[in-house]
Ligand binder design. Sequence first.
Ligand code: UD1
Ligand code: CA
Length: 455
Amino acid sequence: MGRPSLLTVILAAGKGTRMRSSQPKVLHAIASRSMLGHVLATVEQLGSNNTAVVVGPDMDSVRDAALADCPSASLYVQEKQNGTADAVLAARDVLVANDESDVIVLYADTPLITTETLERLRQALDAGAQIAVLGFEAADPSGYGRLLTRADGTVTAIREEKDASPEERQVTLCNSGVMAFRLPGLAQKLAQIGNDNAKSEYYLTDIVGLTVDAGGKAVVVKGDEDEVLGVNDRCQLAMAERIWQDRRRVEVMRGGVTLIAPETVWLAYDTTFGRDIVVEPNVVFGPGVSIGDNVIIRANCHFSGAQVGAAATIGPFARLRPGAILSDDVHIGNFVEVKNTRIGAGSKANHLAYLGDGKIGSGSNIGAGTIFCNYDGFFKHLTEIGDGVFVGSNSALVAPVTIGDGAYVGSGSVITKSVAANSLALERSEQQERPGWAEKFRALMSARKARAKKA
Ligand code: UD1
Ligand code: CA
């Protein structure tokens, strides 16, 4: 017998006032992706192609972000924050239309949930439960709803802290907020929930008591406290970031990457690595970065939107920005910034350079202090450098400009006109030399100083 299809409902209507932000809470990022984006990606991995997101009124940015991450998502507005049951009921239409589906309710501010855990909730449904609650043993249970269980581990009710008796407050098994249902008629049942409680809210958690009283079965699936961390303020955002990073660092190392000081390497949700890569301490990966096999990344580099080919050497102190596309064996050294520039195999820019809006062929050498002057204050222009080019140190290449294959640019040149292949281009005044000048100058000045002292 096949499983029912899956509907996921993601609650994202909370304003998140404790973030003290002009941005809705669920758009704050972990590993360069919004918390909502993490949850959407997790449910997508689970194979759910029917996702409803419940947002608050005036949350167009959340709506847009949800649709950007998951174009098939349906969006519902909860007009007033009357509680979690009311929030799920905002999506009543989709619940009714998918009455035979399994339903998983998640919070967009609980971004670390894994597909494995959600899969375990579904297995609990397969095993005969109508409701599976993701619970956890809380180090400090205050603020959480407590799971009231029988000896056989089934759940009889969830009691919110404010409504709990002193004995019930002793319970440390808590509700994460994530719940799975195989419960036809869910929408009607949610509509029976009242708000006669300490917060005068419609609690989703009350569905458990209702279902069990009607002879249904609710079970708890235990998860890890880290995984169910809810983010309410920026301290918890940082905590979630740390937990996410720790997880991903382990995966990356297991995948064949040496992180010498893993706790100092910051990954993005989509960073990809080949094998036998070494990453030295203090490296930050923004979104859209891929690193090829056998690359060495020295300490203190920053990447975003960059592709690095095999066996390249980057840093220390290099910055690769969006559109930096490096072929194999490229060397980018200290204090070199690369943006929107392709660099061919074996080319090197080892020291102090800005390579923006350009194209460099293979086997070229870009000297220390070279600047691609790409911007005239209004428009950006392209610098094209061929294969086997040598650009001398401290050269300014004023774009648009092309340097042909095999050409040399003399140090200190300001190149404004294109250079033909195999030429030498030199743009600087001729050197003058006055033999003995320094000796005469020193004698003159010493005498002048001695006179000034006497006077
Ligand atoms: C809820 C649970 C509690 C659990 C805890 C875990 C209920 C009644 N309580 O409590 O058992 O231990 O989460 O963190 O469900 N939301 C809406 N609309 C609303 C109310 C909430 O969208 O009207 C969203 C919030 O944005 C948030 C989530 O639902 O993401 C949880 O709401 P919150 O008010 O934080 O519930 P808690 O009191 O923490
Ligand atoms: Ca909460």
